[in-house]
Design a protein around this ligand. Structure first.
Ligand code: PMP
Ligand code: GLN
Length: 396
């Protein structure tokens, strides 16, 4: 037998569920409500800023920590939201998407054998991020809104039991992909208390911070008492400006945490696309002046309500989404017993692609029967999905 060419750390990795379902959607001509990306353009003024930066020859390596104007725009955004005064020189770093920030942060903050707490379901990259750094994941379940609970919830006793003297890191995602949960202040306080008791650092993935609906409030855990020193907050322009292909991400945090991330980042990508950083600065500066975030939320609220109505009329009850651009639908009424089979069927036979949430669980027991649908889509795309879903409902 020949020696495997791949290293052990990657040998178990398959292809991401997003790549798999998007490929299947293309192959079958399905309407793709699976992988999370907008099928509409980002703002003209932001695209023009990228063109201008390229034409102005901002095309060589950026400083490895990011161009100053973008770091300043991020600090101004934190200030304008009333979150904190941030030093753009020592407390902000630009990365190639939130994906790189997450990978680099875990590499920078844990030693092999350290334990990392993840809420399950978790955004799929977190587990490889932890295992490639030699960390040991510990899972805490988020439960769907049943048993009198209005929203996804966790058991504080289960959370407490996940902590030990070996815990080094907790990865928090709010608003949460795939559930749409926005963590409440009292939940963040429980997490913060335990992190302080056990001297644990938080990686807070807040890429959907501007996509919060109907009364929910996004609270960065870094703003809670005692948490600034132990939180690295990660964000990205991909979702907020409908430019997922630009891969401009960033991290904000206390100088020692940012210094650790920079130490890793300089050897991962070193620097991020220069003209796109200038355009990202224009985007953040402009959004603070021109009401962009309110318009963005209003447009997404309309898309959310339309997809909700479509799924319900197709016989798929939906769970409430408080934030993000995903809706979880209950597939129990369809008679399917697992979400992967259902999502493959829906893509190939009905012509609508969705993501099976089991891809976001490490432990494949006691899973809710759900499918994740993305509403970052044009009305005509959602209407095309509606036609196919209604035709399916009529023939079944
Ligand atoms: N975190 C979450 C929760 C996400 O949903 C995504 C992408 N959909 C990312 C991180 C990755 O962000 P980026 O595209 O900026 O790398
Ligand atoms: N984050 C996106 C989602 O949840 C996908 C990003 C990717 O394909 N890596 O659908």
């Amino acid at each position: 037998m020949t020696t495997p060419r791949s290293a052990e750390r990657v040998r178990q990795f398959g292809t991401t569920i997003f790549a798999e379902m998007s490929a299947l959607a293309v192959q079958c001509g399905a309407v793709n409500l699976g992988q999370g990306f907008p099928d509409f353009a980002g703002p003209e003024w932001v695209k023009q800023a990228a063109i201008d930066a390229i034409c102005a020859d901002a095309n060589q390596y950026a400083p490895y920590i990011g161009v100053p104007r973008l770091r300043e725009a991020i600090a101004a955004t934190w200030q304008a939201q009333g979150w904190r005064t941030v030093d753009p020189q020592t407390e902000v770093t630009i990365t190639s998407g939130a994906t790189e920030a997450l990978f680099g942060a875990v590499q920078a903050l844990i030693n092999p054998g350290d334990e990392v707490i993840l809420f399950e379901p978790f955004y799929d990259a977190y587990l490889p991020d932890v295992t490639m750094a030699g960390g040991i994941p510990r899972f805490v379940r988020l439960h769907p809104p049943t048993d009198g609970q209005q929203n996804w919830w966790f058991d504080p006793a289960e959370l407490q039991a996940a902590f030990s003297s070996r815990t080094r890191l907790l990865m928090l995602n709010t608003p949460h992909n795939p559930t749409g949960k926005v963590f409440r202040r009292h939940e963040l306080e429980q997490i913060a208390d335990l992190c302080q008791t056990y001297d644990v650092i938080v990686i807070a993935d807040e890429v959907y911070d501007q996509l919060v609906f109907a009364g929910a409030e996004h609270i960065p855990i870094a703003t809670l008492p005692g948490m600034w020193e132990r939180t690295l907050t990660i964000n990205s322009l991909g979702k907020t400006f409908s430019l997922t292909g630009w891969k401009i991400g960033y991290a904000v945090g206390a100088a020692p945490l940012i210094a650790a991330l920079r130490a890793a980042h300089q050897w991962i990508t070193f620097a991020t696309a220069t003209p796109l950083q200038y355009a990202a600065a224009v985007a953040l500066e402009g959004a603070l002046q021109n009401g962009y975030y309110d318009r963005f939320r209003a447009e997404y609220t309309a898309r959310y309500r339309l997809l909700e109505e479509i799924l319900i009329s197709a016989g798929l009850p939906v769970l409430p989404t408080e934030g993000s651009y995903f809706l979880m639908a209950d597939i129990t009424p369809t008679g399917f017993r697992d979400d992967v089979t259902f999502c493959r069927y829906l893509t190939t036979e009905v012509g609508v692609a969705a993501i099976p949430p089991s891809a976001f669980y490490a432990r494949q027991t006691d899973l809710p029967l759900l499918a994740r649908f993305c509403f970052a889509k044009r009305e005509e795309t959602l209407r095309a999905a509606q036609q196919r879903l209604l035709a399916w409902r009529q023939r079944s």
